[in-house]
Design a protein. Structure first.
Length: 392
């Protein structure tokens, strides 16, 4: 940690000057172990924060100017704005995320009255689906809370503000999971979250002699212009069709049996498949957490595999890259479970792999992927980490 911190401080001074009170913050990325595309359907999710994430170095200014610099996009140089001009602009690129959070704080009655200089560095692979955008949002919220004395804002509220800014400022209709997992992260635990009520519990992930391996497809995807909003609309329409005959608020309220009873009311095969995924995936997530509580990691792995099949066949959000990574993973002895994670259409898979199989997994899945897809995947053996914090 110290070495990264030192490099960031040096870079900040080089870009913005060395004077004044300079502080360093961190917010993690996240991976969802199971429960995909359930968060906006009123179901359960099971994400955890990671030890990789986004670092922010910041210094308050005494004028209204905002200056942003990302070490991940150095070619863009310093991007300037002002707290009096908080509107989404295509040419503002990644800075729309921190600007959105400043705007959202203002909308919630917390006015940021002066600008600041902010340098960011993320060691989450960009476009990987490990929530680099939500990490930036929670990080920005945590910085604003600290710099401007909004001390009564809880981490749970930071998650809601991050989601609000992404929905209303950046126009991406995301659920609450990403921001919640990042803001509420706890080392060694995943968060079993009911997205309908925000009731949650921490469940320890005890992987005896196994590791979590993230495989990044390196296929970039843009959430706002992907089929994400289309899937949401399909589920909302299916829900409305069921609501004509059954008093429910979300698909997450249905058991598998109840869904099978009601599915004839959904007027299209496609919407029926989408709703089936939302219902069955929610039930898989509940069963998966139960399996972990009983130390049954093998059962957890089987549910991960079933989750991927449903995302591939019923929700149709995987694509050849993610399917290749998962199907090759399933061939390796020592892989307990593997599935796509995140919104899909590119991004990453998450696998639980026995220690003695990790090197074989990375080599064989990597070789097969390169041969079939034509470019390389990247692999990360990750640890489960804490939420946002000040580190210097």
């Amino acid at each position: 940690m110290e070495k990264i911190e030192q490099n960031l401080l040096e870079k900040f001074k080089e870009v913005f000057g060395a004077e004044g009170n300079i502080e360093v913050y961190f917010a993690p990325g996240r991976v969802n172990m199971i429960g995909e595309h359930t968060d906006y359907n009123g179901g359960h999710v099971f994400p955890c924060a990671l030890t990789i994430g986004t670092y922010g170095v910041v210094r308050k200014r005494d004028d209204k100017k905002l200056r942003f610099y990302s070490m991940n996009f150095e070619q863009l140089g310093v991007i300037e704005s002002t707290i009096e001009n908080l509107k989404p602009e295509k040419e503002a690129g990644w800075t729309n995320y921190p600007k959105g959070v400043i705007w959202a704080f203002g909308e919630k009655g917390m006015k940021v009255d002066t600008g600041f200089d902010l340098l960011l560095f993320g060691n989450i692979p960009n476009g990987s689906g490990l929530s680099s955008s939500a990490s930036v949002e929670v990080l920005t919220g945590y910085i604003l809370k600290s710099l401007f004395g909004f001390n009564n804002v809880t981490n749970q509220e930071l998650a809601l503000i991050g989601q609000f800014s992404e929905n209303k400022f950046n126009g991406v209709n995301c659920g609450i999971m990403d921001q919640f997992a990042i803001a509420m992260g706890k080392e060694g635990h995943a968060i079993f979250l009911d997205t309908a009520t925000l009731d949650y519990e921490y469940a320890p992930i005890k992987l005896q002699n196994a590791k979590i391996v993230i495989s990044c497809s390196n296929k970039k995807r843009g959430l706002g212009d992907s089929k994400y909003n289309e899937r949401r609309d399909e589920c909302e329409t299916a829900l409305a069709e069921i609501q004509k005959v059954c008093d429910i608020k979300s698909l997450g309220e249905l058991t598998e049996e109840k869904f099978e009873e009601l599915k004839g009311n959904i007027d299209s095969d496609v919407r029926r498949k989408r709703a089936k995924h939302a219902v069955y995936e929610n039930q898989r997530t509940i069963k998966a957490v139960e399996a972990l509580k009983n130390n049954n990691v093998e059962e957890f792995g089987k549910l991960m595999n079933a989750s991927h099949v449903s995302l591939r066949d019923d929700y149709e959000v995987t694509g050849i890259e993610l399917d290749t990574l998962v199907e090759e993973a399933w061939k390796i002895p020592g892989v307990i479970g593997s599935r796509m994670t995140g919104a899909g259409f590119g991004g990453c898979t998450v696998s639980i792999v026995k220690d003695e199989a990790v090197d074989t997994f990375i080599k064989e899945v990597g070789d097969a992927y390169l041969k079939k897809i034509g470019y390389a995947a990247d692999f990360y053996v990750v640890e489960i980490g804490d939420g946002p914090r000040k580190i210097g």
